[in-house]
Design a protein around this ligand. Structure first.
Ligand code: 2AM
Ligand code: CA
Length: 264
């Protein structure tokens, strides 16, 4: 019951932040760099995050709020004992800056380290993905499931991404892309991990892996996948831990072991 209040708040704030993103998409905005020239941030990221974190802190003052652009510990902050919010105000910033319409707002909530609420909102298509622990995943209010027709990696449409923080690019070198591409149906890199996870939850994509993401990139999306009947682990097959530079594999479940094997 209480989770419903949290979900409703997250939905309202995600939609308000999404309104800002939609109104600024394709226009002029101030931009800057974080770890280097590929690691972009804009005034829109900051405005959207301020709106969400201010709204969450006003409504739930005892909760911890971890946001991408105000993260004083660079993702190293420990989750609060009780409720911790993970906010990515604009996931897919590079797409946004280049005018590619694939980005979203992502808001997740954990309680004692367990994800309980997830919201991913694509403001450009007005697609709202929501999940509550134990109550399934919805797209614009209608229940969705992962793709249960593709049972083998050879049928799977996979997606991955590349770190914009070049210090972590070395993590890609252990992967045999040729082997992975040969073993699946095809591979995409769409540029927003949160929205890619949402696409797995409604069956548009079959599986994802990445190995340099932050908690706010995956918190909401991983609950969407799990609640839609899919499976989420790290690349070693262990339960996902929301920490900095995490690795993630998420899928419809059927292909999961094959996916992990092809990445090892
Ligand atoms: P962003 O758009 O908010 O930066 C692309 O594959 C995905 O990786 C996007 O979700 C992107 O989030 C994320 N990403 C890229 N570089 C990152 C970094 N240095 N830290 C955390 N997430 C990153
Ligand atoms: Ca992000």
């Amino acid at each position: 019951m209480e989770n419903t209040v949290y979900l409703e708040t997250a939905v309202t704030l995600a939609q308000q932040a999404g309104d800002i993103i939609r109104s600024r998409f394709g226009g002029d905005f101030e931009r800057g760099f974080k770890s280097g020239p590929s690691d972009l941030v804009t005034e829109v990221d900051r405005q959207a995050e301020d709106l969400i974190t201010t709204g969450l802190r006003a409504k739930f003052p005892a909760h911890t709020v971890i946001g991408e652009e105000n993260d004083s510990t660079a993702g190293g902050q420990e989750p609060g004992d009780d409720y911790t919010w993970y906010v990515d105000p604009l996931d897919g910033t590079t797409n946004f800056v280049y005018g590619i319409p694939f980005c979203c707002v992502s808001i997740g909530l954990s309680y004692h380290g367990r994800l309980t609420v997830g919201v991913v909102y694509d403001p450009l298509r007005r697609e709202l993905f929501t999940a509550e622990l134990g109550r399934g995943t919805c797209l614009n209010g209608r229940p969705v499931r992962v793709d249960e027709t593709r049972k083998y990696l050879s049928d799977a449409l996979l997606v991955t991404g590349y770190p914009s923080d070049k210090n972590y690019g070395g993590r890609l070198s252990g992967l045999n892309y040729q082997k992975i591409i040969a073993s699946c149906n095809n591979l995409r890199a769409l540029g927003s991990a949160a929205l890619e996870l949402a696409y797995i939850s409604c069956g548009r994509l079959t599986g994802i892996w990445e190995n340099t993401l932050m908690s706010w990139d995956v918190a909401a999306g991983s609950l969407l996948v799990a609640e839609a009947g899919g499976r989420v682990t790290d690349l070693a097959g262990n339960p996902l831990e929301l920490r900095r530079y995490l690795s993630i594999a998420a899928s419809n479940g059927f292909i999961h072991n094959e996916l992990l094997q092809s990445l090892s």
